[in-house]
Design a protein around this ligand. Structure first.
Ligand code: GCU
Length: 437
């Protein structure tokens, strides 16, 4: 599939000649923020099998192309994750039917990934609206700094967790200070989504894996490595982003057992690196009813082949733990990568997907995020679903689409009330079950 977007076409060869750089490197060194210098690139066709066969039937997508693409992402980017542990255990540690001034029922659940005393575990926080007259749809996401940061509810337990000490350059097992409560309230809009009839489930990033190069030693990847009697990861073993995605699947395992939740209607939602995780969760685990990628950027929803903002090389250098070791092979040759972001979005089809950008978040390549949703459309069409309904990148604050949805809002890299408003509208139009009487 050759790209010829008038807005993206540039004198690529001339640029390389001027810059004096080798074309074989795929992308020049450094970071580009000039649309005129993006370069031309060709994307793998979502509907052509690796052996060249065209996919014209849903059945072939399901039985051949989809599994092939999942394997390609596993081998070259995210790595392979373990299956659901046989000894997965859920312990509801608290229930408050009168949380948030009576608006919600709050539950805390410890999810244990093994039977032994040293088994890894995560702490799931769940809010269910008290207006519910039956099982409700839910959003599930990984939070950055602990469950206690997502609302101002003083009843949330502050658990011991791994916290990075930047002065000492090591992580410490500690209980975050009371003063860190509600630090991330703005990003989760808990009261708004409860008022609209949705539940929220969230897990802390550090429970799955503290987010630094050696953090795996304290997370689920280290736990399963030790369980397997190994000390090193294989080149296609899971990275941290896949581990966070795996945590979302384990949260869904719990939600399937909770009678307050309609587990067929759970949307994985994530911001930035957790948007990358939400995309992989929805792509690899078809139980998720939909996915919301908020400003997920490079190696999330942004087309990696576009030389704009963050690059594959930069992400693999700054965050060497995020993807499998094989992904680093593409640092200097992104054109050789057998996958790209549009295929990740396509793996969510025919389920609803929302890709959102922020205009000032140029590091994440907002237009590249739009193009990934755009180039996933052929797979949605194969299922008889409509695409974005626009050909060109829309103006700021102009949400587009129905099943495949997109907006670029004004402002910076963040999740704002405006974003949640669109996500709730998106969930309302795509989830069928009546939430409240
Ligand atoms: C960095 C990183 C991005 C990532 C972001 C975030 O900016 O380069 O890839 O999405 O952090 O998670 O906030």
């Amino acid at each position: 599939m050759k790209h010829n977007f008038s807005h993206a076409v540039v004198l690529w060869v001339a640029f390389f000649a001027l810059a004096g750089r080798s074309v074989s490197s795929g992308q020049p060194a450094g970071f580009n923020y000039d649309e005129a210098k993006v370069g031309t690139y060709s994307l793998p066709d979502p509907l052509t099998l690796v052996d060249g066969t065209k996919v014209t039937e849903v059945e072939t997508w399901k039985s051949k192309r989809r599994p092939e693409l999942v394997r390609l992402f596993e081998t070259h980017m995210h790595g392979r994750s373990p299956a659901r542990p046989a000894e997965l255990k859920f312990v509801v540690t608290s229930t408050d039917k009168n949380a948030l001034g009576g608006k919600a029922t709050r539950k805390e659940i410890t999810v244990r990934f093994g039977a032994g005393p040293d088994a890894a575990e995560m702490h799931l926080l769940l809010y269910v609206p008290n207006t519910a007259r039956g099982p409700v749809p839910a959003f599930v996401g990984v939070n950055f700094e602990g469950n206690h940061t997502v609302t101002s509810d003083p009843g949330i337990t502050i658990t011991e967790q791994w916290v990075w000490n930047s002065k000492e350059k090591r992580s410490e097992r500690m209980r975050p200070a009371e003063s860190t409560r509600d630090k991330r309230v703005g990003s989760w809009a808990v009261e708004t989504l409860l008022a609209r009839g949705y539940a929220l489930a969230t897990i802390p990033r550090a429970d799955i894996e503290p987010d630094y190069a050696e953090g795996w030693r304290h997370g689920v990847r280290g736990y399963f490595l030790r369980q397997a009697g190994k000390s090193e990861f294989a080149p296609d073993d899971w990275g941290a982003v896949a581990a966070w995605a795996w945590g979302l699947s384990r949260a869904l395992d719990y939600l399937e057992t909770d009678k307050d939740i309609d587990a067929r209607q759970v949307i994985a939602m994530g911001h930035s690196r957790m948007g990358k995780a939400a995309l992989w969760a929805g792509a690899s685990d078809e139980r998720f009813a939909g996915v919301i990628s908020n400003n997920s950027g490079e190696s999330g929803a942004a087309i990696s082949r576009r030389w704009f903002g963050e690059t594959v090389e930069r992400i693999n250098t700054s965050f060497p733990h995020w993807f499998c070791a094989n992904y680093k092979r593409y640092n200097k040759d992104v054109a050789a990568l057998p996958v790209d972001a549009h295929l990740l979005v396509a793996l969510i089809a025919p389920r609803p997907v929302y890709v959102a950008s922020a205009a000032e978040d140029t590091w994440a390549d907002p237009k590249g995020e739009f193009l990934a949703a755009k180039h996933a459309e052929p797979v949605y069409r194969l299922f008889g679903k409509a695409g974005l309904g626009v050909e060109e990148w829309p103006a700021v604050d102009q949400p587009v689409g129905k099943v495949v949805s997109y907006h670029v809002r004004r402002g910076k890299h963040d999740v704002l009330a405006y974003d949640w408003e669109q996500y709730l509208n998106f969930a309302d139009r795509n989830l069928l079950i009546v939430k409240t009487p």
